[in-house]
Design a protein around this ligand. Structure first.
Ligand SMILES: Cc1cc2nc3c(=O)[nH]c(=O)nc-3n(C[C@H](O)[C@H](O)[C@H](O)COP(=O)(O)O)c2cc1C
Length: 328
């Protein structure tokens, strides 16, 4: 089923952050479309799909283990985007086939500047290989019923970016997310909204504008500046996912607590929960203070529950999951 990419507020893909509890939290506050963290195709190819009746989730697990690589649930089926890292069309297709029936769309990461991506020919390395981009996207389009999209960065000149966007549009993708920074730009460099506007003007598929949305009002500002109708947020949502709420941001302490509860409810990987909490704490406070130290020291969700005063909730959830029967 085609997903509508117009007039949407979108949670950006974020490694080690965009797992199920975080996506559901963002959606609860108002995000319309929520991307998962980037997962590399090689990793998915070592996985199997399993229905988790206890949690009510669909789990993509490393074969023969309980190691969750991707977890989703029916509630987010119509809005979750699976983002993949790849450098090969056939491999991308095989990996996408493992997950496509459980997600709203499959997205290819063409913006990651990290060395592990570039050295594997993935992420931003694709930006200089338009033929390979074409190959990957058309292979996915031809063989999947699921919508296909991609996320790029700006190229050296606005003309180059526009030329690439036009080529991408020709592959039949449903939307194009544009992060308004170049590969060499640092996160603190301002995003170049005007160069996103050049792309919006040049293509007719929906463009999702991304970069420097830190307040709810910024959604409207970037729409006006770029002409894009949809907007994607990463750091603004990481620090306080209630940025999606038209009613204004909630105190980060409340958001954090709700994130801990959702991590417990969906049995999130403790490393991902710790990482996300650490990012929030680093932004608002400091890891050297007692809270940061307690999060770093935590080894399990039970430890985190205890620190945040959610131990009763943790016990309640775990009791409700225990197999019935026994003495009663
Ligand atoms: C913690 C973190 C993890 C990220 N992981 C990904 C990722 O997995 N895939 C991706 O395409 N971009 C990733 N990005 C980039 C963001 O999706 C986004 O393009 C960038 O941060 C600019 O948006 P912002 O100004 O709203 O932060 C990540 C960014 C952050 C801060």
């Amino acid at each position: 089923m085609e997903i509508d990419y117009r007039n949407k507020h979108v949670l950006a893909p974020m490694v080690r952050v965009g797992t199920l509890p975080f996506r559901l939290l963002a959606a609860e506050y108002g995000a319309d479309i929520t991307y998962g963290e980037e997962i590399i195709d090689h990793k998915i190819l070592k996985c199997e799909r399993r229905v988790n009746d206890v949690l009510g989730t669909i789990d993509i697990l490393e074969k023969g283990t309980d190691c969750v690589v991707f977890r989703t649930c029916a509630e987010e089926r119509s809005r979750v985007v699976f983002q993949m890292g790849t450098s090969d069309a056939v491999r991308a297709l095989r990996a996408a086939q493992t997950v496509c029936m459980d997600v709203a769309a499959v997205d290819i990461n063409m913006g990651c500047p990290k060395s592990f991506s570039i050295s594997g020919g993935m992420g931003a390395a694709l930006l200089t290989k338009p033929d390979l981009i074409h190959d990957i996207l058309t292979t996915l389009k031809r063989n999947l019923d699921t919508p296909v999209t991609c996320k790029i960065r700006l190229l050296k000149s606005p003309q180059d970016t526009v030329e690439l966007a036009r080529r991408i549009e020709k592959t039949g993708v449903s939307a194009l997310a544009v992060h308004g920074r170049k590969v060499a730009d640092r996160p603190r460099d301002p995003a170049k909204w005007s160069e996103i506007a050049d792309v919006v003007a040049a293509v007719s598929i929906p463009v999702i504008a991304n970069g420097d949305i830190f307040e709810y009002e910024d959604f409207e500002r970037i729409k006006v500046a770029t002409g894009a109708s949809s907007v994607m947020v990463a750091r603004g949502a990481l620090w306080n996912s209630s940025i999606f709420s038209p009613k204004g941001k909630l105190p980060w302490e409340d958001v954090k607590r709700e994130y801990v509860r959702k991590s417990i409810l969906w049995d999130n990987d403790v490393k991902s929960t710790k990482h996300t909490l650490k990012e929030m704490i680093m932004h608002y406070s400091c890891l050297e203070l007692p809270e940061g130290k307690a999060v770093i020291k935590s080894e399990t969700l039970a430890d985190l529950a205890q620190y945040y005063g959610e131990d009763k909730y943790y016990e309640h959830i775990n009791k409700s999951r225990a197999p019935s029967g026994g003495s009663g």
